[in-house]
Ligand binder design. Structure first.
Ligand code: SF4
Length: 360
């Protein structure tokens, strides 16, 4: 069995560490490129959502490198994500690829099913091996998100534009060829130190923007046209409510304090959207309110074209913007979204916020 999984921002780093610790041959998906998108778009149903297309392109590229088994996480609720695996495996088989897709559903409160599925992936590996691999990979999820948070902080404040990205790009090139949880952990520490050393501007007036929206679009830079980096280079400190460690800790690990915090945030959005309608629409609304409460200067919702839950959230956000007195803008991305118009809208939004702050 040669495993692969979707490329989702930096998620491939802990996933790779986890499977390598289990002793399973793994081919991490190559970074998403134009070719990934073209392959996915060519073989996907036309109106399916963008993450489906990118994932499919990812799988084809990994299969070309030798992968024969795809691992994805599952989903529940009224959203297309729950059908991804079933439809994608049919498409791949029709294309002549002999592959399997294994779906890891979030365990809710029952971990036995998850362990059973992991053992299946590990081809009969015992509980000790699986749990040891999980214990070693779990901190990488957190350190990885911390490294990228540090990059967000530094990028907005760096004295020489581009310093942060130079280090981050070097990290990404190196980690791809670094194997095993221990070595990856060391690398994360090394690059965290390098980022901390970046000299900062002497004068910096922070602009804080919260990013909300569909999880895949928020996490995968290729899909969101590198919004975090672009805003950072405009001097914006960005915070994103959807992170890999948030997902792992709320869905896979019994992180009680985080779950309580998340429940409180969701409760705040209840009067606008009080139920799960699939995807993370409820989180989009609730975290927007939370960002307003925390004093953020603006919010950007990022969503793929035709994402059903986020379209509903988009229709509610103008009320949140009015009630909480915070500028909110929506970016919809699809396979033909171009950089030029997107950049202009980002710059205009940041400028509006700056003017608002001056007047305040
Ligand atoms: S949340 Fe939106 S983009 Fe994601 S699978 Fe559901 S409909 Fe598609």
């Amino acid at each position: 069995m040669v495993l692969t999984f979707p490329h989702m921002g930096q998620m491939y780093i802990p996933a790779k560490a986890f499977f390598e610790e289990m002793g399973i041959e793994t081919i991490p998906p190559p970074p998403v490129t134009k070719r990934t998108l073209e392959l996915g778009t060519k073989y996907s149903p036309e109106f399916v959502c963008l993450p489906f297309k990118i994932n499919l392109g990812n799988y084809i590229e990994s299969i070309e490198k030798g992968a024969d088994t795809i691992v994805i996480t599952g989903s529940c609720g009224p959203c297309r994500f729950g059908l991804y695996g079933i439809v994608q495996v049919e498409i791949l088989r029709e294309l002549g690829y002999d592959v399997d897709i294994l779906v890891l559903d979030p365990p809710r409160e029952d971990y036995s099913k998850l362990m059973e599925n992991l053992k299946k992936i590990g081809e009969g590996k015992d509980f000790k091996t699986v749990s040891r691999a999980a214990r070693k990979a779990a901190p990488i999820v957190i350190s990885c998100d911390k490294l990228y948070e540090l990059a967000v902080y530094k990028r907005a404040r760096e004295r020489i534009k581009g310093d942060t990205d130079k280090i981050l790009n070097e990290f990404e090139r190196t980690v791809y060829n670094t194997h095993g949880a221990d070595k990856i952990t060391e690398l994360l520490k090394l690059y965290s130190r390098k980022l901390k050393e970046i000299p900062e501007k002497e004068e910096y007036t922070p602009i804080y923007i919260g990013l909300v929206g569909e999880i895949y679009t928020l996490i995968e830079p290729y899909v969101n046209l590198d919004i975090e980096r672009k805003l950072g280079l405009l001097g914006v400190h960005v915070s994103r409510n959807m992170k890999v460690d948030w997902w792992v800790r709320t869905h896979l690990l019994p992180d009680i304090p985080l779950r309580i915090k998340e429940k409180i945030i969701l409760h705040r959005g209840r009067q606008y959207l009080g139920m799960c309608i699939g995807g993370h629409a409820r989180q989009t609304i609730a975290h927007s309110i939370n960002y307003a409460k925390e004093g953020y200067d603006g919010i950007i919702q990022v969503m793929p074209f035709a994402c059903m839950p986020e379209v509903v959230a988009q229709s509610i956000l103008p009320s949140v913007s009015r009630d909480k007195d915070i500028p909110i803008m929506t970016f919809t991305v699809d396979e033909i979204t171009g950089d030029a118009g997107y950049n202009t809208r980002l710059e205009a939004f940041v400028e509006t916020i700056k003017q608002r702050k001056i007047k305040a």
